[in-house]
Write a protein that binds this ligand. Structure first.
Ligand SMILES: Cc1cc2nc3c(=O)[nH]c(=O)nc-3n(C[C@H](O)[C@H](O)[C@H](O)COP(=O)(O)OP(=O)(O)OC[C@H]3O[C@@H](n4cnc5c(N)ncnc54)[C@H](O)[C@@H]3O)c2cc1C
Length: 378
């Protein structure tokens, strides 16, 4: 009998398994693939307090940031506390950033406003044409998700109290008063508690009511070749459009003008949930995105028109020496309806953690820590 069985080897599952391992619990982690291949390795790797609404989401992102910095040392992976620049190329965007900075951005936020020259000096990758200035946020850290997940998985394997069983599909869970039995295609296991972190594939394990079930979202992403001569992007970049996307900016009144203007000039950006983010990992390549398309059965295909919209707008706001693409992909996440996470207890001793939306890399460690505080005796 295990103290804890974790289902899913993405960032959420790893966060729970690592915390359990550190607490000295007997942990089993089950993952259907040989390694994580879903949202947790398809993302930007941005740990992003700036986008989080005040309260638990923001606090969890700040706490998770510190945990990422610790794990980077322990598990030996690349991390860059580079912060994020949000570039304004229109007066209305600068107005909205100023309003955010003066009304919302209290600690733990750490923002400052930059004029156009300061922005360019800090961030050579921002297009100077039409640049009004920027909001700089110091809290953000960047990891390379593929490398970090590999290293975290290896780090987990160094604990004597952890068993890792990959290529194992969980088909269902039977709960009882005192424990829960996990049925897999490779045998069954019993745990005192089971935490399921199946990402967007929650429906294969749980039937959730329509009101509770997270939405499914498909995103499109692109990556350039390594920039030549060690050209450096500097802080990760977001743009004025990102304010329409992040809940932290929800109540900024100056954003009404931004939205109206973009609806008139670039309606397809709004229709396809496109905002521009750019990040450079230690590889020198630039990861660019993204679009958001909601629907239960997302098409598996990359829509080239959407990628063209992303690239065309990216070229207006960014200035990269080399735009040649190395790869393009889609990612899928589940997004909780009323919070940044769906944290449910569907049955005795069984928990479901999903619906992390675009925030799972930013909040998972803190969520796991809080779950242990609430549900595990020490
Ligand atoms: C394109 C894109 C960009 C993003 N950018 C960012 C970002 O920069 N910052 C940020 O904070 N967040 C970002 N996100 C969100 C973040 O990636 C997700 O919130 C997070 O990865 C979700 O992690 P997870 O562990 O819940 O799910 P997943 O990564 O989907 O992992 C779930 C795992 O469970 C396994 N599994 C499922 N069902 C079973 C089963 N029955 N049996 C065994 N195993 C099973 C799957 O194989 C999978 O490995 C982005 C997401 C996408 C798609």
């Amino acid at each position: 009998m295990y103290d804890l069985i974790v289902i899913g080897g993405g960032i959420a599952g790893l966060a729970f398994a690592l915390k359990g391992a550190e607490e000295g619990k007997e942990v089993l982690i089950l993952e259907k693939n040989t390694a994580p291949t879903d949202a947790s390795i398809r993302n930007f790797g941005m740990v992003l307090p700036l986008g989080m609404p005040k309260g638990s989401a923001l606090n969890r992102a700040i706490r998770s940031r510190d945990i990422w910095l610790n794990y980077a040392k322990q598990a030996n992976f690349w991390i860059n506390p580079c912060g994020m620049i949000m570039a304004a190329h229109h007066d209305d965007e600068m107005d909205a950033m100023e309003e955010f900075h003066h009304t919302v951005s209290l600690p733990p936020h750490q923002t400052r406003l930059l004029n156009a020259d300061q922005t360019k000096a800090m961030s050579p990758g921002i297009n100077a044409r039409g640049l009004r200035g920027a909001l700089f946020s110091k809290n953000e850290v960047l990891i390379n998700p593929q490398q970090a997940l590999t290293k975290l998985t290896q780090h987990l394997s160094t604990f004597d109290n952890v068993r890792m069983q990959y290529q194992t599909l969980v088909t269902h869970i039977e709960s009882s008063d005192s424990n829960a039995k996990v049925i897999t295609n490779q045998g069954n296991h019993t745990g005192q508690q089971v935490v399921c972190c199946p990402g967007h594939q929650f429906a294969s394990l749980f039937q959730l009511n329509e009101e509770v079930a997270p939405s499914i979202c498909k995103l499109q992403m692109l990556r350039t070749l390594k920039q030549k001569q060690n050209w450096a992007l500097g802080p990760m970049i977001s743009t004025g459009l990102s304010m329409l996307h992040y809940p932290a900016f929800e109540n900024i009144s100056a954003l009404d003008s931004v939205k109206k203007r973009v609806e008139q000039t670039h309606p397809e950006l709004i229709q396809n949930g496109i905002h521009i983010l750019a990040a450079q990992h230690q590889t020198g390549e630039i990861t660019l995105g993204d679009s958001h398309e909601y629907g239960k059965e997302p098409s598996p295909f990359i829509n080239q028109h959407i990628n063209k919209l992303i690239l065309d707008y990216a070229k207006q706001v960014l200035s990269l020496p080399d735009w040649e693409l190395k790869e393009q992909w889609i990612g899928i996440y589940s997004k909780a309806k009323s919070s940044h996470v769906l944290w449910e207890q569907p049955e005795d001793n069984v928990f479901l953690i999903t619906g992390l939306g675009g925030t799972g890399m930013s909040t998972s460690f803190a969520i796991a820590e809080e779950w242990f505080q609430a549900h595990v005796s020490h």
